[in-house]
Design a protein around this ligand. Sequence first.
Ligand code: GLN
Length: 536
Amino acid sequence: MTKYIFVTGGVTSSLGKGIISASLAKLLQARGYRVTIQKFDPYINIDPGTLNPYEHGECFVTEDGAETDLDLGHYERFLNVPTSQANNITTGRIYQNVINKEREGAYLGKTVQVVPHITDEIKRNMRILGEGGEFDIVITELGGTVGDIESLPFIEAVRQLRWEVGSGNSLVIHLTLVPYLAAAGELKTKPTQHSVKTLLEYGIQPDILVCRTEHHLNADLRKKIALFCNVNINAVIESIDASTIYDVPLLMLKEQLDRTVLTKLKLPHKNEPDMESWKDFLGRLKNPTAEISIGLIGKYVELPDAYKSIIEAFIHAGAKNECKVRVKSIQSEGLLPENAAEKLQGLDGILVAPGFGSRGIEGKIEAIRYVRENNIPFFGICLGMQCAVVEYARNVLGWKDAHTTEIDEQTKHPVISMMEEQKKIKNKGGTMRLGSYACDLKKGSKAAGIYGKSRISERHRHRYEFNNKYLEEFEKAGLVASGINPDNNLVEIIELKNHPFFVGGQFHPELKSTVANPHPLFVNFVAASLAHSRRK
Ligand code: GLN
């Protein structure tokens, strides 16, 4: 029977529930258990696809094309197992399902209510991943903080589900904050006591408390928390601030979180977790032999979470190359021909980020011209690849008005344009070209060399495409279309021959980079940038 672990948060948001969930999952996986993690978000958007990155950070896209919370990125990076639509559910989706059923007549005669109809739908979704026999343990992370009005139905669903599966088959981990008051020189446990009390009011006694803290918890403090919150002493787990999120699984191992969990779930401890390759990764990450600076050119650069997967992919690729990658965020707005050299000075490579809309796009194009002409490694992702196509059209083919029709619908040279089937779509949510698509790599191309195979698949999230009407002219002028979708001939990768590294992808390689499998394009881009730094 599948066991259920629920992770709730108390005191404040941003305590890192996603990282704790992913770290626990990693340890259980490393002991041989089949584990998955799902996230339930209390907001009313059907999915985060329509959210501005400033609101909620990056939108993570799964293999099956779901637009999801960025925590799913952590789950995949830690576990190296793909997630899907079922791994991220919002209040909006729960209500949509219930309302659709109501319209179909499924509740005929009944008053449709939060309890039992919404809570039943939440429970149904909480159990979906556990019912296929695919997983031994399903970890469910609840977004928000206990006590929020909007998370109440989720907490009630957890209470009911625990009762349904019976004791020993589920547990609740509550993540709280133990703040340090500098003036008093003390760690304070009261906020934790209060948030546990709030959970108790809803009928849930947490089994394990994970306490975020800046200072170590001594035995007395642990005892105090255990006594007042009614948990075993070994169920008070310290989660001290770490220099990298990738330390957290080992910190949790030291605190024996995995052991405590298995004991409470009445599961055999099996072997000690095999964390050798994880430790090897950390060793490389922490002992770099070189250092490079990469410019990340985008429009949401003020908020690091907006490009979360790109930043993490650089960490994986840096560790692989034993090279520290300093990612310098550069606002594309304000990058002009007269200041490009100055703004891009000292960089060993640039990555032009994905994005939507016109703000900052001319700056991206200008940055690409500069690195193309100066043989500085370039990596373009989605909009970044589209900008590289526009730049080449304007400055090499001489089509000065070339553009993407996303920005200029009237251009005489629409080198990036919308696919026919996209033109009919009016709704914004979930209607882009989303999820995994196959791509064939051209023999002898740089892309084929990097991937070391002829067919790949990568994840997409966009509406516009390379306009194949111009393909021949581009190729004559030296731009190689090295990756093609075998089903519809869309250009997925472009590259230049006589350049140390000039590669653009219509897809998002960053979404598939994990600790166990750093993405080859990132690994090679870092290697090329390292080579460039040595040439300088
Ligand atoms: N705005 C572009 C499109 O829709 C690129 C999207 C992206 O970078 N993810 O095609």
